[in-house]
Ligand binder design. Sequence first.
Ligand code: HXC
Length: 519
Amino acid sequence: MTEKTTAEKIREFSERKNRIGAMGGEKMVRKQQEQGKLTARERLDLLFDQGTFQEIQLFVKHRSTLFGLAEKEINADGVITGFGRVNGRVVFVAAQDFTSAGGSLGEMHAQKIWKAMDMAIEARKPFIALNDSGGARIQEGITALQGYAGIFYRNSIASGYIPQISAIMGPTAGGAVYSPALTDWVFMVKNNSYMYITGPDVVKAVIAEEVSHEELGGAMAHAAKSGVCHFVTENDEECIGRVKTILSYLPDSCHSPQPIAPCTDSADRECPELDTVIPDKASRAYDMKKIIAAVADNHEMFEPHEYWAKNLVVAFIRIMGRPVGVIANNPRFGAGVLDVNASDKAARFIRFCDAFNIPLLTFTDLPGYMPGTQQEWSGIIRHGAKLLHAYSEATVTKISVVVRKAYGGGYIAMCAKGLGADYVMAWPSAEIAVMGAEGACNVIYRREISGADDPAAKRAELAASYEAQFNNPYFAASLGIVDEIILPRETRKRVAAVLDAFQDKSETRLPKKHNNIPL
Ligand code: HXC
């Protein structure tokens, strides 16, 4: 056999690279396109700055010989891994390609993902998974399970160290759902992505329930019902675009500086619209998002969990270009009451922000915790405790603004001074009390009310005196529980000033292995 020339070897390399790089081939690509989905390579082209993507381990092959796999070539073993730049910043990625053996995960497919994750951890850069896979490669059996376990392990180790983002852009079934669930942010594409532990066929066989893929585990099911999904997008393009947006708010790692955006807004911009945002009648609803947007640079907010636990809003904003995490009750839904889901939503967001050194800004307007058997039996005590724990353990700058009601445990849970708030402000419309006036009088003046000639009139009279004492911010301010009463229009200015003053805040906690948050 004649030896190949160097030119032939180079040509052979290019041919091999192109063949493997073509993934599942034309027919499978067409099928993918017919479903309105992009291929993994097209997704990566959208994600990375042009020409910056560096693929790794393209030539990795599966080594299974079972159930016909010995004869089956799976290009790149169904997953493209590597790194590149997103708006100039380095990001690592694993993009499963449904056109190659359904993006199914076998031993070597998993090891490629491990490698990309290990590199992201070592390099201290964000990791993004683009999921589009039929799940464990059934022919490979247990090695696929080992593969998933190694991914879950890395997701957990990397948690709080580098930001981890999952975009669900196709099927994600069985145990495969747990990698996204272990990451910080889950994006889903409407109609083309679904996540579930078991699909509709198994559901029907086991519990005789008939349900469609979309209903069971589609984007809206997880965005509005389970809370698994943080962001719903219309198509692949929008999904990638929004992944880039969230990256713009996040540092590369917990040890990296915050990404500071150029700011065209001014720190002392007044927000006169906030002087009239609170309705005159205390029982009236309004949309808390108006307050958040008014305070944010250029009125821009990026809101995870928009459709879940709407009684509480979490959002990323910027103030003078710096990322800030906002947590706020929204009286527009259920009077802004705290329940199980709102507590979980807020606690996880607070812990994410604290892990990545993003300051917290809390707006309070809530009547308290939701009473009743449904909430008690769902564990409002356990879930509510997460919120207290998350705020207390957070060492980032914590600013609270009480805009209206702050009653009882709800007042504490929304980052009261006692939970370590660095600065608490209140609007003149604030009402800070242990409970509502009528309820309070029913307890402390029970005898006086029942013994009165006109109990209703007596209750109203006593309630009025209770309200005069507590339904304002002045009593709390006299005790220093509120540091400053501010005009609503001054909120952005005041928040910007405190954030600026606290830029170098450094707080440590007791030396220990880790907290035991009530999960
Ligand atoms: C091996 C798979 C596969 C899998 C898909 N393929 N899923 N190969 N293992 N899990 C292959 C198909 O055989 C086919 O190969 C190609 O991918 C395209 O799949 P289609 O079925 O033609 O696509 P479509 O009609 O769009 O249906 C998509 C689908 C279906 C609904 C996702 O593929 C499906 O039901 N797959 C299996 C899903 C599943 O049960 N997964 C759970 C595995 S157990 P050819 O060669 O024909 O093109 C699991 C446990 C993990 O995941 C636990 C971790 C802790």
